[in-house]
Design a protein around this ligand. Structure first.
Ligand code: SF4
Length: 800
C-alpha cells in the first residue's frame, strides 16, 4: 500500500474510531466535516438491507450529528404471521460496523504492483474514469463488445440505481454497444437446469403450504440460518412447522439450526447421494404398490414404459432403472441405496411408506443439494418423489422445489438494453478469459450464439467477491487473473477491500446503501406471502470520496461519448430524478394498489401490503393440463427428459461426466464413491451460517467475534485423528489446504466434515488460515448447467 494511501487511511481510522466510541463531533471528523450532517438532532432514517441472503429487511438507522449511532428495525404495526413486521436479523442490524469499518474504501485506487500483490495507490476520479473509458474504446475497437463483461456478483442486490450487475453499469455498457451476458447463478444453476428439463421452470410452493401438510420432508434445507429476518422463509418455516402440526423430517448431512425445536427427525445422508435415496424409496413404492399411478400416467412422461416418448430407448423408463431393467442391470433396492447414502435400509423402507401415506406431503429442497457435481440429478430426483407420491399442484403439497412465493409487486427498474445476445454460464467467466476460443454451445453451454467471438478483455466486478473467494479453487483462479496479458483491465467496485479486488487494476469506492437514495426491491420469490416495498433513504454523507455507481457511470459516459452520450445515458436525470420517474411508472402500472406519492414513500421507507394466497406450484396444470401445459417439449412433467436425452447425444463432456435423460444417481468427481476417497476419506462442504451472508458482513467485528470460523467434525472421525474441539486443524486435498479451529460435534455425520461458507481466504505459506471452503473446491463445471458443483469435495483432516 502506498505511503499516500496509508496517510489517508490513518485519517479514516481516526474518524471511524471516533464514530464508534462517541458519535464524533463534526469538528473532529476529518472527512466531509462541514457537510456530514443532514440534520443536527437525533432522528430515525429509513433503509433496507441489500445483501444477498434472499430476503430484504427494513433498517431504521438512528442518526445524530450526521453519524449513525445504532440501527433498529421495523417496529410498527401488528406482529402476527400474516401481518408480520419486516424485521432485520442481527447481520443487517450490524451494518454500522461495515459503514464505519477501518478498511472502508475511500478513494479511487490504481494497481501499482503485479496483479494480486495487493499494492495500490490513490488516484483522482478523473484518472480512474479516463483509464476505464480509454480501455473500453480500445477493446471495443479491437475485439468488439463481446470482450466486455460484468461478472456475477451479489453483494448488493435489490437496489435499482445501486445494484452492481443489472443497474447503471449494465445501462452504460448496453448503450455503448453491449457486453457479454451471463445466465444462471452461483446459488441455483443446477436446480434451474434440472427443473427446467423436468417441469419447464424452476419453482416451488410457498412454505405456507406446510400448515396444511401431514408431513414436511426437507432435503438440505436450512431457511432459519440462510434467511434469518422476519420477512423471509426462515420465520415462515418455523411458524408453519409449529402451527400446522405436520411431522417434520430433515434429510441432511448435518443437524442444522432449522431443525432445532421444530424437527421430529433428522435423517443423516452422505452428501450428494439424494438421487440414490429416492431410487431406493421408489423401489419400495413400486414393489408395495404405493405409487400414485394415476398421477404418473396422466401428468408425467417416462416414469413407466407406457409413457415413454417416441425415440426413447427400450427399457428407458425410471421404473426400469429402479427395477434393474435398464443398462446397468442393477435393482435400486433399499440395500443398494443404503450402501451409498449411509441411511439404514429399514429407514429407507419406512420413509417410502411414510411419504406415500401422508397426503399432502410438503417435499422441499434447499439449494445445497443441487450444488454438487451431480446436482441436476439430485434436484430432479427429489421432484420425482413428489410425482410418485402425487404431491404436485395440491394445497399442502410441493413439487420438490425450493419454497417460493408468488408475490410480485415490483418497483420499476432502470432500462438496460443490451444488443449483445451471446451469454455464458456465470460460473465460466474464467474460461471466457483463458479458453474463449474453445467455448461453444455444446461444450461450454454458450447461448445466443454457437461460439464466443472474443476473449473477455475488460471485466467489471461490481459489489461482489466471486472472482476468487466465492468462486472455486481460489489459487488456480488467481493465476488466471494474475496474467494481465489475458484480461487487460479489471475494474472492481466495492465498499471495502476483498480478496477479489486484490486482482483489480482500478478499484472504485462505492457509496453504501445508507449513503445514497434508492429503492430496494425485495426478492419476490423469498419475501413470504406478505409483499412489501422498501426505500433506502440517504442517512449520512458518503465516506471519503465514495460515489454512487450512477454518478460514476454518468462521468464515464461523458468520457466515452461526450455530452450527447452522457445525455443518452442519463436522459437528463439525476439519480433522485430517476427514482421519482420510476416511482411514477410503478404507480401507473400498479394503479390498483393506490401507492403513495414519492415523498411519502421516501419518508416512510416501507409499504406493506395485505397477505396473498399461498402459491401452489403447478396447480393450474394439475387442475387442467390440457389448457395449462408445462413449458417442457411435451407439455407434461418429463421424468424422462427429451431435452436431456438429445443433449446426451450431442454435447461434449469432460472425462467421467454424463448427461442422463432420467434422474438417476451418478457417481462424480470428489463424490461419495470417488476412488480418490482412499486418499481423502472425508466428504466436505461449506454451508451457510449466521455470521455472514456469503462473504458479506465478515468485516463486522461483533459478528465475527461470536461466529468464529470452524470445521465441524464428528467425534468418531475426530478421535481417529486425535482432534479435540478448539484444536487448530487443517483440511487438505490436491487443490489446497485450509486451517481453522475444530468443533467436534455429533451434529455432522461420520465420514463428513463441514465449514461455514464465505470465510475470507488469507494465505500464509500456501495455507488458507482464513478457512475459505473454495481453497478446496474444484473449478470443474457440472455436466448440464456448467455450474459450480462445489459441494463435491474430498479432504483429509489433521491437527495443524
Ligand atoms: S442479512 Fe438477510 S435476513 Fe438479515 S437483515 Fe439482511 S436481508 Fe434481512
Amino acid at each position: 500500500m502506498s505511503a499516500e494511501l496509508d496517510t489517508n487511511r490513518r485519517n479514516f481510522l481516526k474518524w471511524s474510531g471516533l464514530v464508534a466510541s462517541s458519535c464524533a463531533s463534526l469538528a473532529a471528523n476529518p472527512i466531509n466535516a462541514a457537510s456530514n450532517a443532514l440534520k443536527d438532532e437525533e432522528y430515525y432514517g429509513v433503509n433496507g438491507c441489500p445483501v444477498n441472503c434472499g430476503s430484504k429487511c427494513f433498517l431504521r438507522p438512528h442518526i445524530k450529528n450526521g453519524v449513525i449511532t445504532h440501527i433498529e428495525t421495523d417496529n410498527e404495526g401488528d406482529d402476527e404471521y400474516d401481518k408480520r413486521q419486516i424485521r432485520a436479523c442481527v447481520r443487517g442490524r450490524s451494518t454500522k460496523y461495515r459503514l464505519y469499518h477501518k478498511d472502508r474504501l475511500l478513494y479511487p485506487l490504481k494497481r501499482v504492483g503485479k496483479r494480486g500483490e495487493g499494492k495500490f495507490k490513490r488516484i483522482s476520479w478523473d484518472e480512474a474514469f479516463t483509464t476505464i473509458a480509454d480501455k473500453l474504446k480500445e477493446v471495443k475497437e479491437k475485439y468488439g463488445n463481446e470482450a466486455i463483461y460484468i461478472a456475477y456478483a451479489t453483494g448488493t442486490t435489490g437496489g435499482v440505481l445501486s445494484r452492481g450487475t443489472s443497474g447503471p453499469w449494465a445501462r452504460l455498457l448496453g448503450l455503448y454497444g453491449g457486453y457479454l451476458r451471463y445466465y444462471n447463478s452461483y446459488s441455483t444453476a443446477q436446480i434451474a437446469e434440472g427443473f427446467t428439463s423436468f417441469y419447464g421452470q424452476n419453482t416451488g410452493s410457498d412454505i405456507k403450504n406446510l400448515e396444511y401438510a401431514k408431513l414436511g420432508l426437507f432435503f438440505g434445507s436450512n431457511p432459519v440460518t440462510t434467511r434469518m429476518g422476519g420477512a423471509g422463509t426462515g420465520y415462515s418455516y418455523q411458524e408453519m412447522a409449529r402451527k400446522g402440526g405436520a411431522k417434520i423430517i430433515h434429510i441432511d448431512p448435518c443437524y442444522n439450526d432449522s431443525m432445532v425445536g421444530v424437527c421430529d427427525e433428522w435423517i443423516p445422508i452422505a452428501p450428494g447421494t439424494d438421487a440414490a435415496l429416492i431410487a431406493g424409496m421408489a423401489y419400495v413404492m413400486i414393489k408395495e404398490n404405493l405409487l400414485d399411478r394415476e398421477f404418473l400416467d396422466k401428468y408425467c412422461v417416462g416414469f413407466s414404459s407406457n409413457t415413454l416418448p417416441d425415440g426413447a430407448p427400450k427399457n428407458g423408463s425410471y421404473e426400469d432403472y429402479v427395477l434393474g431393467n435398464g443398462d446397468d442391470k442393477t435393482a435400486k433396492t433399499p440395500k443398494w441405496a443404503s450402501q451409498i447414502t449411509k441411511i439404514p435400509e429399514e429407514r429407507i423402507i419406512k420413509l417410502a411408506r411414510e411419504v406415500s401415506a401422508a397426503k399432502p406431503c410438503y417435499i422441499e429442497q434447499g439449494w445445497g443439494v443441487q450444488r454438487h457435481q451431480n446436482g441436476e440429478q439430485s434436484s430432479r430426483a427429489i421432484a420425482t418423489l413428489a410425482c410418485m407420491s402425487g404431491n404436485v399442484g395440491i394445497l399442502g403439497g410441493n413439487c420438490g422445489g425450493n419454497a417460493i412465493t408468488s408475490t410480485t409487486y415490483m418497483i420499476e427498474t432502470l432500462p438496460c438494453p443490451n444488443p449483445v445476445k451471446t451469454a455464458i454460464p456465470c460460473f465460466l467467466w474464467y474460461e471466457g478469459i483463458r479458453n474463449w476460443d474453445k467455448m461453444s454451445d455444446v461444450e461450454y453451454g454458450v447461448r445466443g450464439a454457437s461460439h464466443l467471438k472474443a476473449p473477455i478483455k475488460v471485466l467489471f466486478n461490481t459489489n461482489g467477491n466471486c472472482l476468487t473467494n466465492q468462486h472455486a479453487d481460489i489459487q488456480s483462479t488467481a493465476k488466471i487473473l494474475e496474467d494481465d496479458t489475458l484480461c487487460e483491465l479489471i475494474i472492481d467496485v466495492n465498499i471495502t477491500r476483498t480478496h477479489s479486488n486484490s486482482y483489480a487494476d482500478i478499484i472504485l469506492p462505492d457509496a453504501m446503501h445508507l449513503e445514497q437514495n434508492d429503492f430496494l426491491r425485495p426478492n419476490a420469490a423469498y419475501m413470504s406471502n406478505r409483499p412489501y416495498m422498501l426505500f433506502n433513504k440517504k442517512s449520512v454523507q458518503p465516506a471519503g470520496e465514495c460515489m454512487s455507481v450512477y454518478d460514476m457511470c454518468t462521468q464515464i459516459a461523458l468520457k466515452l461519448g461526450g455530452e450527447s452520450f452522457k445525455e443518452e445515458f442519463t436522459q437528463g436525470r439525476t439519480q433522485d430524478q430517476w427514482l421519482e420517474y420510476l416511482w411514477g411508472k410503478t404507480r401507473e402500472k400498479l394503479s390498483d394498489l393506490n401507492l403513495p406519492d414519492f415523498e411519502t414513500f421516501k419518508e416512510k421507507g416501507i409499504i406493506k401490503f395485505d397477505t396473498v394466497k399461498p402459491k401452489v406450484a403447478f396447480k393450474e396444470f394439475r387442475d387442467d393440463p390440457q389448457n395449462n401445459p408445462l413449458k417442457t417439449p411435451t407439455g407434461k412433467i418429463e421424468i424422462f427428459s427429451t431435452r436431456l436425452y438429445n443433449m446426451s447425444k450431442t454435447w461434449k463432456l469432460l472425462p467421467g461426466q454424463q448427461i442422463n435423460a432420467l434422474p438417476v444417481f451418478e457417481d462424480v468427481l470428489m463424490g461419495a464413491r470417488d476412488r480418490l476417497r482412499k486418499k481423502y476419506p472425508l466428504q466436505f462442504y461449506g454451508f451457510h451460517y449466521k455470521g455472514r451472508t456469503h462473504s458479506s458482513f465478515w468485516e463486522s467485528a461483533p459478528i465475527r467475534e461470536i461466529n468464529p470460523q470452524e470445521i465441524w467434525i464428528n467425534p468418531i472421525d475426530a478421535d481417529k485423528r486425535g482432534i479435540k474441539t478448539g484444536d487448530k486443524i487443517q483440511a487438505y486435498n490436491d487443490i489446497g489446504t485450509i486451517e481453522v479451529t475444530a468443533r467436534v460435534t455429533a451434529r455432522v455425520m461420520p465420514g463428513t466434515a463441514l465449514t461455514y461458507q464465505g470465510g475470507w481466504c488469507k494465505f500464509k505459506n500456501g495455507v488458507d488460515v482464513g478457512g475459505c471452503i473454495n481453497t478446496l473446491t474444484s473449478m470443474q463445471p457440472t455436466a448440464i448447467a456448467k455450474g459450480n458443483g462445489v459441494h463435491s469435495v474430498l479432504v483429509e483432516i489433521k491437527k495443524a
